[in-house]
Design a protein around this ligand. Structure first.
Ligand code: TTP
Ligand code: MG
Length: 441
């Protein structure tokens, strides 16, 4: 049919506007055929699939977390279909640990980080394969490329997970973020050959909680209307930054679930636990203001000094160590990052390099904690001196919003934090050398 282009164009525009308007009312989405409807049906009325996601706020939410299901195992199963229906463990041989267990093996008990011999005792029929990191890196890159077709705001968190901010993509794709996400999941399945789980919500914390809710091959939604109720029954350990040490301390105080935190007022929590209390109060109510950033954080931040002449004396070495802690701390603070692991580096007079790394209970950006962590390492290595170089590094970096939560070993943390903040404020005003702790040269 030949028509003048004008009415045709108008019709296209009108239909697009109508489509965008109608996204406001979607409450049901079929993840197989992507049909979205305002009516809540347990089965897709278009294709009959039962893989439907139903939620009142489905078309109003923009923040997503996506995580690949049993990632290493899924890639291996893709490449060898004979493994598809078998329990599969990926890991470092009989004496190593499990990197991942596929979903067929998991009901028998094997988990990531479990010694392989233990996993094989629980699931003796499992096939064991060594990881092939190069293959996983390629798959990870393919997944990332597909995510970037949905939105430029993709924040990779690890090899198989990322946050996505889809605000403003309704205009770009002419459909609600939820539909774009279901389409992304389908593209990953078809083009990479693995499945993913998606969580959709209105901030990072809840999006991640949602992606874990319906694993594997899931799509779960947590909205403003149900966030507090959903969080109520979750354990406090699900809050980012709450490691075993803090969880234990809260248990001693009778706080086990997020609901226990919700029962206390923010003032109460802050009074009891300072900054940490404020953090717990906000997250327990589903409030999280962390942004999705595309820039990849540095892998580590470090500083080192080579001496004019070799040094073997502990006091002299500690005097060199402290300014390095301050330097790394300042760089962490300026980037709003915190290190989850601290490394001490020493080079002996014979040019041998020693590195010692400790993983912290709670990531830090404080010079004092970097110093307290590396000082005993230095004391232990002193017999290998004298040294010609000393260095420290902060690795396993994360956002500082969840840094320096209390730790059983550092129960004066609030005070340490206060002192450093005061010193930082003086430096910001009067320059770097305006104030110094008595430790450095
Ligand atoms: P995860 O996403 O934690 O786990 P997963 O993808 O295997 O399973 P899930 O469906 O629960 O998401 O980690 C991604 C990959 O990282 C995982 O396939 C293997 C690797 N990994 C390790 O090597 N060691 C570990 O302890 C963990 C947790 C993961
Ligand atoms: Mg995963």
């Amino acid at each position: 049919m030949v028509e003048s282009s004008r009415p045709n164009q108008r019709r296209v525009i009108i239909s697009r506007v109508q489509h965008m308007d109608s996204t406001q009312y979607h409450t049901t989405l079929c993840r197989d055929c992507l049909f979205a409807s305002r009516y809540q049906n347990q089965v897709c009325t278009q294709c009959g699939s039962e893989r439907v996601t139903i939620h009142d706020e489905l078309s109003q939410l923009n923040i997503a977390h996506l995580d690949c299901d049993a990632f290493y195992a899924a890639v291996e199963k893709r490449d060898d279909p004979s493994l598809r229906d078998k329990p599969l463990l990926i890991g470092g041989g009989k004496r190593g640990v499990v990197s991942t267990a596929c979903y067929i093996a998991r009901p028998y008990g094997p988990r990531s980080a479990m010694p392989m011999y233990k996993a094989l005792k629980l699931c003796p029929d499992a096939v064991v394969m060594r990881p092939n990191m190069e293959k996983y890196r390629v798959a990870s890159r393919q997944v990332r490329d597909i995510l970037e077709t949905a939105t430029p705001l993709v924040e990779p968190v690890s090899v198989d997970e990322a946050y996505l901010d889809l605000s403003g993509t309704v205009r770009l794709h002419g459909r609600a973020p939820a539909i774009t996400l279901a389409s992304v999941a389908r593209d990953i399945e078809r083009q990479v050959g693995i499945t993913v789980s998606i969580g959709l919500s209105y901030n990072k914390f809840l999006a991640k909680m949602a992606s874990e809710r319906d694993k594997p091959h899931g799509f779960a939604v947590i909205g403003r209307g149900d966030a507090v109720a959903y969080l109520h029954d979750q354990s406090i350990g699900a809050i980012p930054g709450v490691g075993p040490a803090l969880a234990n301390r809260l248990k001693v105080d009778g706080l086990f679930s997020i609901g226990d935190l919700q029962a206390l007022t923010p003032q109460d929590l802050e009074g009891r636990y300072g900054d940490t209390g404020r953090h717990l109060a906000r997250l327990s109510r589903g409030e999280d203001s962390r942004r999705i950033t595309t820039s990849r954080p540095a892998k580590s931040i470090s500083a080192e000094r080579t001496f004019d002449r070799d040094i073997g004396d502990l006091e002299a070495l500690l005097k060199r160590l402290w300014p390095l802690c301050e330097e790394v701390s300042a760089r962490l603070k300026s980037k709003s990052l915190a290190g989850g692991a601290v490394t001490l580096k020493l080079k002996t007079a014979r040019f041998r390099t020693l590195t010692r790394t400790l993983t912290l209970n709670s990531a830090t950006q404080l010079a004092e904690i970097l110093y307290r962590t590396t000082k005993p390492m230095l004391e232990r290595e002193l017999k290998r001196g004298p040294f010609r170089l000393i260095g420290i590094g902060a690795g396993t970096l994360s956002e500082s919003a969840v840094a320096d939560l209390p730790d059983l070993l550092n129960n004066d943390l609030d005070q340490v934090k206060g002192v450093e903040q005061a010193m930082d404020a003086v430096r910001a005003k009067f320059g770097k050398k305006a104030i110094r702790k008595g430790r450095g040269d």
